[in-house]
Design a protein around this ligand. Structure first.
Ligand SMILES: Nc1ncnc2c1ncn2[C@@H]1O[C@H](COP(=O)(O)OP(=O)(O)O)[C@@H](O)[C@H]1O
Ligand SMILES: [Mg+2]
Length: 249
């Protein structure tokens, strides 16, 4: 049984069709990439899956349950955690308090919530920042706190919306290594959108490509980047050229 099944999901904003009959499945423990140009509907699809937006039509099954009509706090309880493209952590909370917001999904005990949160900060290598104010952290550390908060809610699946945005090359490499550990050591499935294509390609078992709200391709990363339709719609020769340069280097 797939962990997540998205069946013919459409999302309209008035006359604008942000997602059009999108279908795909994400297998247990899979790392699935969702790519496509700006405005393709990636964030909207995440919002529909997580229950931030009601879908216009279609059905979403998570872990064997129909979650189509559920709200965000309900899908979170079932094990679906998401991070935001624009991290909305509260700047006036300390790091540890922020991560505890995630733990409180599973426990009412302050002591247990704190233990879980500290464990997650340890796991992500930012325990030393526990007492810092969110607003004082550099972007890369804030991203780790976002991941720690998601992790603290003990999810089966994490939806990661452009977690690599705003990071430099070595920070991206660190993030890729972290996501691999979240996947392999915690057994968490990942659905990720990313502008940093190299990052999706390095992590994903399979990739789905959206364009103007529709799914135009799906497959293994190596095959998808060779798909003429994908090259036309999205990659252009920019990506191909960069790949070639990397190979030649
Ligand atoms: N809350 C909203 N209200 C109206 N239009 C929206 C809303 N959210 C997204 N859109 C529109 O839906 C389309 C898809 O946007 P989005 O899902 O953010 O794309 P992506 O994440 O792939 O860049 C865009 O045309 C965007 O302007
Ligand atoms: Mg987006």
């Amino acid at each position: 049984m797939a962990l997540l099944e998205v069946n013919q999901v459409s999302k309209h904003f008035g006359g604008l069709v942000a997602n059009q009959e999108v279908s795909f499945a994400l297998e247990q423990h899979e790392m699935l990439g969702l790519i496509g140009p700006n405005g393709a509907g990636k964030t909207t699809l995440f919002n529909c899956i997580a229950g931030f937006y009601p879908v216009t039509s279609g059905r979403i099954i998570f872990d064997g349950r129909d979650i189509t009509a559920l709200r965000d706090y309900q899908t979170a309880r079932l094990g679906l955690a998401r991070t935001f493209q624009i991290f909305q952590a509260s700047g006036d909370l300390k790091v540890l308090e922020n991560v505890m917001v995630g733990s409180f999904l599973r426990t009412g005990s302050r002591r247990k919530a704190r233990q879980t949160a500290e464990g997650c900060l340890d796991f992500l290598g930012i325990r030393a920042a526990a007492g810092a104010m969110m607003a004082d952290l550099p972007v890369a550390a804030q991203k780790r706190v976002a991941l720690a908060t998601a992790l603290a809610s003990d999810p089966k699946l994490m939806l990661l919306d452009e977690v690599g945005a705003g990071l430099n090359k070595s920070e991206i490499e660190g993030l890729v290594a972290l996501l691999r550990r979240i996947h392999s050591e915690r057994g968490i499935a990942l659905l990720l959108t990313e502008h940093v294509l190299e990052m999706v390609m390095a992590l994903s078992h399979r990739v789905i490509v959206l364009e103007s709200g529709r799914k135009i391709a799906e497959g293994e990363p190596a095959a998808v980047v060779k798909d003429p339709e994908v090259i036309r719609a999205y990659l252009g020769d920019h990506y191909i050229r960069r790949r070639q340069e990397t190979k030649d280097a």
